[in-house]
Design a protein around this ligand. Structure first.
Ligand code: ASP
Length: 437
């Protein structure tokens, strides 16, 4: 018999109704043996996520404000779920244990992790599965970096003792001090991937509130087609540009162990969702997806005989790294020109300073800056074996009267990235989508 690992996100465990759906999904397949849960998310738009409330307790603690009322909202949510599902698991003593830690001035990581901790205890009781805590199994070093191999061994050894288990997402412990450490927000996806790797799962099912990835953002393109299959590499190109269904650090452990990830919808379990695999050629489509992000700046430098100058790029990167602690998104080059594309957010209002530094240390003949640039990535393995993809893409943008400010194509020919003005972002995405679909 195979083994499936399932992770349920905040909306799938938000209340008793959602948890009843979750249980049905788990019980529909005997291979579904290991279940990772997030903390309860929003039940409606104006609702609060339990994790946000827990972080709020910590903020209150820091400001010397009473936090008990906020924590009581959290406790009430768990009490309501237990009542709705008729689960009696005595969370009261756990609440007391958490209150005592808060009194002692616990860390933000500790308090934030308690949402997943309580949920996993509750769901384990509801399912009749073992509760397996990740404290002491998912291990971090002093700097909060995951110790991947030690974690893999510890999880594999522990889970081998459990036929079925419910496991809290989002946290583990500092290997040396034993203190609770969390991943970044959305990190339960990573826990799921680590468990999938440790038990050598046949598939990692990530259950959420959408039926997988769509070819483009539905707020921009009307009814975009779903993506049935996508490779890890293609997804990296798309997630880097802003698609946010799955935490990007969840991909690596599965990729390493060659485990496909299936994104599924708890509210429409019959939808097959998106399968993410190592296989590069996932479909006969030319374009798998289109994604983008606004608010970048291009700094373009011109210098006569730049092509013959040694170390120009290195100097640019040194200035950005050492003086401004900035990474570069793209570096389009010409014979006597180099441009750097930087994210406005990371630049944080320092454009003038950067230009000043470039002028002083690189002595270009001319520098021009273009603010408010959006980057759009058109991604697909099929592009490398088809003729005329760029022609089609650029014709579509020209027909839509979009001015292209920058072009970058990776040597893998798996993506074409164009820079357009922020104001043309939506029009450009729609034009590209329509051209390929
Ligand atoms: N509960 C955590 C968060 O809201 C982790 C997760 O849901 O994956 O970020």
């Amino acid at each position: 018999m195979g083994v499936k690992v399932l992770k349920f996100g905040g909306s799938s465990v938000a209340d008793g109704i959602q948890l009843a759906k979750t249980r049905k999904i788990i019980e529909a397949d005997p291979e579904r043996r290991y279940v990772i849960v997030s903390a309860p998310g929003k039940r409606f738009d104006a609702d609060n996520k339990v994790t946000d409330l827990l972080y709020l307790c910590k903020t209150h603690m820091e400001q010397n404000l009473p936090y008990e009322q906020v924590f009581q909202v959290v406790a009430d949510r768990f009490n309501a779920i237990m009542m709705n599902l008729s689960v009696h698991v005595g969370l009261q003593s756990r609440f007391e244990e958490i209150r005592a830690e808060m009194e002692k001035g616990c860390t933000a990581d500790y308090i934030a992790s308690r949402g997943e901790y309580l949920t996993a205890i509750l769901v384990a009781a509801y399912m009749g599965y073992d509760f397996v805590d990740t404290a002491g199994l998912i291990l971090f070093d002093k700097k909060g970096r995951l110790l991947a191999e030690e974690t893999n061994e510890a999880l594999a050894e522990e889970l081998a003792k459990h036929e079925h288990a419910v496991i809290p997402g989002f946290y583990g412990t500092d290997k040396e001090t034993g203190a609770i450490r969390t991943f970044s927000r959305g990190g339960s996806d990573i826990t799921g991937a680590l468990v999938a790797r440790a038990v050598q799962a046949d598939i990692y099912e990530n259950w959420t509130d959408v039926s997988g990835f769509l070819m483009a953002d539905p707020r921009i393109v009307k009814n975009p087609k779903p993506i049935d299959r996508i490779s890890y590499k293609e997804l990296r190109e798309l997630s880097y540009m802003g698609a946010s269904v799955l935490h990007e650090d969840a991909i690596y452990p599965c990729r390493q162990a060659n485990i496909p990830i299936n994104i599924r919808n708890t509210n429409i379990p019959e939808d097959p969702g998106t399968v993410i695999t190592a296989q590069e050629e996932t479909s006969d489509k030319v374009v798998t997806g289109i994604a983008g992000s606004k608010d970048f700046t291009v700094i373009a430098m011109y210098k006569n005989r730049l092509g013959g100058e040694r170390g120009f790029l290195r100097k640019i990167l040194n200035i950005l790294e050492e003086d401004f602690d900035l990474g570069v998104e793209h570096i389009p080059t010409g014979i006597d020109t180099v441009s750097v594309v930087l994210s406005n957010k990371a630049m944080d209002g320092r454009l003038d300073e950067i230009v000043e530094e470039f002028n002083a240390r690189l002595k270009p003949d001319h520098i021009e800056t273009f603010e408010n640039i959006a980057l759009i990535a058109t991604v697909g393995y099929g592009m490398s074996r088809s003729v005329g993809v760029s022609a089609k893409l650029f014709t579509a943008l020209a027909d839509a009267e979009v001015n292209i400010r920058m072009i970058d194509q990776g040597s893998s020919e798996m993506n074409i990235i164009v820079g357009v003005e922020n104001k043309d972002f939506d029009v450009a995405i729609r034009a590209i989508y329509d051209a390929f679909e």
